[in-house]
Design a protein around this ligand. Structure first.
Ligand code: IPM
Ligand code: MN
Length: 358
């Protein structure tokens, strides 16, 4: 029996989570698995109920489960709150409390979505498969920060801090992942300016000595942002810090068509993991039944793979998603085709998993 804490959160979070859970139920039946699923309040929803984004009940539930499945947090309703009271602060606290330092964000181009990519189609003939490995519980997101009053206005600061051990462990995850892929790592930093990036680079080079079969190169983040649209095929694994990883993974998502299809897994080197779509709460489309549930559904696949070792079920979900796209089924963000609602897309994937349609 696998224990899963589910945090639907805000905006389109609850809508896409519903579809993720449907898919989970389908594989539960098909593969004779047992999931113990409990939902907890999180983000803005929890602020409204309990005055804090990551209340104790939720924390206890997450810490005592094998995996956490999260929708999204945040929205205009809570934008006026102070930094540490916002829904996003709850998300950072969740990641920190679970200790999930390694965020894996695979950006894979589905052949049937080539026309949706903003890149020239002839460039995409050979597909595109990039894995962003983002450090998730350090760096400027967690360093010393504050706002101080000055004689004129204020001084506000955030600090990028990394220690050797934090860089080492995320680098190991990236190298291990590279071994199972095309064996190439691009470590992205700003070592021409930042002290923390120079430690990053040095440490990654040390770790690389243990992996002679993996090719390592370094790239400045500004150049990487450009190279991703100029020649994304040069990338296999992109290893980077928390903030650069946040930015570059959105860019990678767009070049494979839509941020609506990118899942993520946040891991700490054992079974426990946090799984979430990378798209966020999209308050502008919440409640309209047009959100793309595929990123969440693919996050469920990552959960089955990484937390539960259920490779076959994970693969089954991925195949079903690919099939739905190949058959021309789309949500609104994916452009032309047979446009489905959030719920209909979830149902479609379930039908393929169950083998109702061949
Ligand atoms: C993401 C999101 C979060 C982040 C926000 C919501 C705090 O943008 O997961 O990419 O910056 O990590
Ligand atoms: Mn982001």
């Amino acid at each position: 029996m696998y224990r899963i804490a589910v945090l639907p959160g805000d905006g389109i979070g609850p809508e896409v989570i519903e579809e993720g859970l449907k898919v989970l139920k389908a594989v539960e039946e098909k593969y004779g698995l047992r999931f113990d699923i409990k939902k907890y309040p999180f983000g803005g929803e929890a602020i409204d109920k309990y005055g804090e984004p990551y209340p104790e009940e939720t924390r206890n539930g997450c810490l005592s489960s094998d995996a956490v499945l999260l929708g999204a947090v945040g929205g205009p309703k809570w934008d006026g709150l102070e930094g540490d009271k916002r829904p996003e602060a709850g998300l950072l606290a969740l990641r920190k409390s679970l200790g999930v330092y390694a965020n894996l964000r695979p950006a894979v181009l589905y052949p049937s979505l080539k026309e949706v990519s903003p890149l020239k189609n002839e460039l995409l003939e050979n597909g595109l498969d990039i894995l962003v490995v983002r450090e998730l519980i350090g760096g400027i997101y967690f360093g010393p920060k504050g706002t101080e009053a000055l004689e004129y206005g204020f001084r506000a600061y955030d600090t990028e801090v990394y220690e050797t051990q934090e860089i080492e462990r995320i680098a190991v995850i990236a190298f291990e992942a590279a071994l199972r892929r095309r064996k190439k790592i691009t470590s992205v930093d700003k070592a021409n300016v930042l002290e923390s990036s120079r430690l990053w680079r040095k440490t990654v080079e040390e770790v690389a000595k243990r992996y002679p079969e993996v090719e390592l190169n370094h790239m400045y983040v500004d150049n990487c942002a450009m190279q991703l649209v100029k020649n994304p095929f040069q990338f296999d694994v992109i290893l980077t810090n928390n903030m650069f990883g946040d930015i570059l993974s959105d860019e990678a998502a767009q070049i494979v068509g839509s941020i609506g299809i990118l899942p993520s897994a946040s891991l700490r080197g054992d079974r426990v993991g946090l799984y979430e779509p990378i798209h966020g709460s999209a308050p502008d489309i919440a409640g309209k039944k047009i959100a793309n549930p595929l990123a969440t559904i693919l996050s469920v696949a990552m959960m089955l793979q990484y937390s539960f070792g259920e490779e076959e079920a994970a693969q089954d979900i991925r195949k079903a998603v690919e099939r739905a796209l190949e058959e021309g089924f789309r949500t609104a963000d994916l452009g032309k085709g047979i446009v489905l609602s959030t719920e209909e897309m979830g149902d479609k994937v379930v039908e393929y998993i169950k083998g109702v349609i061949f």
